[in-house]
Design a binder for this molecule. Structure first.
Ligand code: OSB
Ligand code: MG
Length: 381
C-alpha cells in the first residue's frame, strides 16, 4: 500500500545530529524522577533539497527507559547512520528493515525512522497521516500533570488546564501519593475525565489494597501500576479491578504487546513510537490491538513540537480510542522550535498539520539557541 506509492527512490546524502537542551516551563515529577531540563537529539536527514526531521524522546538520565541522549548519539553515530548514509531506499518499510540489526535502542531507531518518514512524505507532497491511513483532521488530547507536594497547588494546576480547554486530566501517582490526593481532587472535580499513571511504582504483593481502592475514584484508566517486566502480575491485578488497566512501559515491542494481550495483562495500550522502536512497530501494535479489541491512545514523552507533530499524525488513525498525551506547545515550552506551534482548540483537540511531512516548519534560529553541539555526516558519493 504505502510502500508502492513512491516512484523515485530516496538517496540519503547528509544527516545532521543536533544535541539541544531545553528547560521545561515547570519541572515534571514522576515516580521515576524529576525532569527540569530536556536533552534531546534532533535528527536532520537531507535528500536533494528536502529535509526530514526526527527527535529522540530521551532524557539525560535512564529513569523511564535505559536510553539517554548519549546512548542515542552513540548508537546513531556508530551503527545506524553508517548503515543508511549514501544508500537509496524505496520505502519507509525498507528503511526500517535495515535498522533491525541493532538489538533494542528503540528511541535511537525512532529518531532516525521519524526523519525518514518526514523526508519520504515531503518528497511525495503528502502529510504523514495520509500515508498512515489516518482520517482525523483534529485529535482529542489530554494533559499529564506531575506529582506535586501541595494538594492546593495541584488543584490550581488542574483548574488552570481545564480553563485552557483540556478535557482529560492525567495525574501521576506513587505509593503514599495516591488515595488521599485522588479523594481531594475528586471532591473538587467530581465529574472530570480523570486517569492516573504510576510509572511502574507499585508492587502487587505490597500494595494490593491500595491498588484496589483506586476503583473508588471513577478513573478512565490506571496506567502502568506495576513493574515494567511484570505482565503476569498485571494480568492478576486486571482481573481484580473494575477500572480499565492500561500498559505503557511494559509494551516495549509488538511481540510483548502480543504476549500482554494473550495473557490478559491490559484493557488498553498506550502506544508511544519512541518506546516501541518507531512508526512501523507502532502501526503493527495498533492493528494488533484493534483486531483484539484492545483500545489504544498515543502517549508522549515531553517532546518538542517536532516529536509532538509526529505523534499527531499517528493519533489521526481512526480507531485511536482515548485522548492522547499531546499537549499544545505552550504546555512544556516558553518557545517551541516549530512554526506554527501546536495550539489547543476550544473543544480539547489539536489540529493534525495538513502540509507535507510532519506539516510544520522547524525554526532553525530558535533551535540553534538551544543547541549544545552538532555533528554532520556526509555520504562519499
Ligand atoms: O509515563 O506517560 C508517561 C513523560 C515522560 C516520560 C513518561 C511519561 C510522560 C508523561 C507526559 O506522562 C506525557 C506528555 O505530555 O508528553
Ligand atoms: Mg505513562
Amino acid at each position: 500500500m504505502v510502500e508502492a506509492m513512491c516512484q523515485t527512490s530516496i538517496l540519503i546524502d547528509r544527516i545532521v545530529l543536533r544535541h539541544i537542551r531545553m528547560r521545561l516551563r515547570e519541572e515534571f515529577r514522576t515516580s521515576f524522577g524529576t525532569t527540569t531540563w530536556r536533552d534531546i537529539i534532533i535528527v536532520e536527514m537531507h535528500s536533494e533539497n528536502f529535509i526530514g526531521y526526527g527527535e529522540s524522546a530521551t532524557n539525560s538520565f535512564p529513569g523511564y527507559s535505559y536510553e539517554t541522549y548519549e546512548t542515542v548519539l552513540l548508537i546513531l553515530k556508530k551503527f545506524l547512520i553508517p548503515r543508511v548514509l549514501g544508500k537509496r531506499f524505496n520505502s519507509p518499510h525498507e528503511f526500517r528493515e535495515l535498522l533491525e540489526f541493532v538489538r533494542g535502542h528503540p528511541m535511537a531507531k525512532t529518531s532516525l525512522e521519524y526523519a525518514f518518514w518526514d523526508l519520504y512524505a515531503k518528497l511525495l507532497g503528502k502529510p504523514l497521516y495520509e500515508l498512515y491511513g489516518g482520517t482525523k483532521a483534529k485529535v482529542p488530547v489530554g494533559v499529564s500533570i506531575g506529582v506535586m507536594d501541595k494538594i492546593s497547588q495541584l488543584i490550581d494546576v488542574i483548574q488552570y488546564y481545564l480553563d485552557e480547554g483540556y478535557s482529560r486530566i492525567k495525574l501521576k501517582i506513587a505509593p503514599n501519593h495516591d488515595l488521599d490526593v485522588l479523594s481531594k481532587v475528586r471532591d473538587v472535580f467530581p465529574d472530570i475525565n480523570l486517569q492516573v499513571d504510576a510509572n511502574a511504582a507499585y508492587d502487587l504483593f505490597k500494595h494490593e489494597t491500595v491498588l484496589l481502592k483506586l476503583d473508588d475514584f471513577d478513573l478512565t484508566m490506571i496506567e502502568q501500576p506495576l513493574h515494567y517486566f511484570d505482565l503476569v502480575d498485571h494480568a492478576i491485578l486486571k482481573s481484580k479491578l473494575r477500572t480499565p488497566l492500561c500498559l505503557d512501559e511494559s509494551i516495549s515491542s509488538y511481540h510483548i504487546a502480543k504476549a500482554a494481550i494473550k495473557l490478559g495483562s491490559c484493557d488498553i495500550v498506550n502506544i508511544k513510537p519512541p518506546r516501541v522502536g518507531g512508526i512501523r512497530e507502532s502501526l503493527n501494535i495498533y492493528r494488533l490491538c484493534v483486531e483484539n479489541g484492545i483500545c489504544t491512545w498515543i502517549g508522549g514523552m515531553l517532546e518538542t513540537g517536532i516529536g509532538k507533530a509526529h505523534l499527531l499524525h499517528i493519533a489521526a488513525l481512526s480507531d485511536i480510542a482515548y485522548p492522547s498525551d499531546i499537549s499544545a506547545s505552550s504546555r512544556y515550552w516558553k518557545e517551541d522550535i516549530i512554526d506554527p506551534p501546536h495550539k489547543l482548540n476550544p473543544d480539547g483537540t489539536i489540529d493534525v498539520p495538513k502540509r507535507p511531512g510532519i506539516g510544520v516548519d522547524v525554526d532553525l534560529d530558535i533551535l540553534l539557541k538551544y543547541q549544545i553541539r552538532s555533528w554532520e555526516f556526509k555520504s562519499h558519493f
